[in-house]
Write a protein that binds this ligand. Structure first.
Ligand SMILES: [Zn+2]
Length: 217
């Protein structure tokens, strides 16, 4: 997971609320398409939770569940709040050519989360900074609540996600061992994975940035 900086909300969403719409189901047609495109762009085409690449956004995730934050029981109404919207993946890997893979169609991200509240928030730098990775690609946190969020509620240590994160980090490590692990080379890789290429961020860049940042200390 990486820090997401929200851009201005699309004018189509502002207009929708101004027309009196309050429910998420009122977001449809062109306004929904524009909102999805906006989320993909601001997130660099990565799932807000697992960092896998997403070129098309199936559904919009409410970080604070809309079943709770609907304006009742003293809760804010965040059903049509752009600040509460995240772009997330479909929540499983359809490993069709490899149906014997143990993670074939196993759920992760919002597919397993449902409406459970999360302390981890991609828009909150402090909770993102509380994330750590092990040398074998597992994500965890010393904050017990955040650890439960990433390991159980979002199931981000599913074997296939762990492998994919580790592959990316292994690739960077191999490159550095060939070029030389100088401060300059580490910095160059850090900058590369902090940035975008053609508007897209690098899939699973969070693990790379975590380890490179430690290497630069
Ligand atoms: Zn995901």
């Amino acid at each position: 997971m990486i820090h997401i900086v929200k851009q201005n909300e699309p004018k189509e969403l502002i207009a929708l609320r101004a027309s009196g719409a309050v429910e998420y189901k009122d977001l449809k047609d062109n306004a929904k398409k524009v909102v999805k495109e906006s989320l993909l762009e601001e997130q660099g085409y990565l799932c807000a939770y697992c960092m896998r690449q997403i070129d098309y956004l199936g559904s919009i995730e409410h970080h604070h569940p809309q079943s709770i934050y609907d304006g009742t029981n003293g809760n804010e109404d965040l059903r049509l709040s752009y600040q509460n919207f995240l772009g997330v993946c479909v929540g499983y890997y359809n490993l069709t050519p490899n149906i014997h893979h143990p993670d074939h169609l196993k759920a992760h991200c919002e597919n397993v989360r449902g409406n459970k509240p999360l302390k981890i928030n991609p828009q909150d730098k402090d909770t993102i900074a509380a994330l750590k990775y092990t040398n074998n690609g597992k994500i965890f946190s010393e904050d017990a609540e955040i650890n439960t969020d990433v390991t159980e509620t979002l199931s981000l240590n599913l074997e296939i996600l762990r492998q994919k994160r580790l592959n990316v980090w292994d690739g960077v490590q191999k490159g550095l061992s060939i070029k030389g692990k100088t401060h300059q080379n580490v910095r160059q890789q850090f900058d590369k994975y902090s940035n975008r290429k053609d508007g897209k961020r690098f899939a699973y860049c969070g693990i790379v940035l975590y380890f490179l940042q430690k290497a630069m200390l």
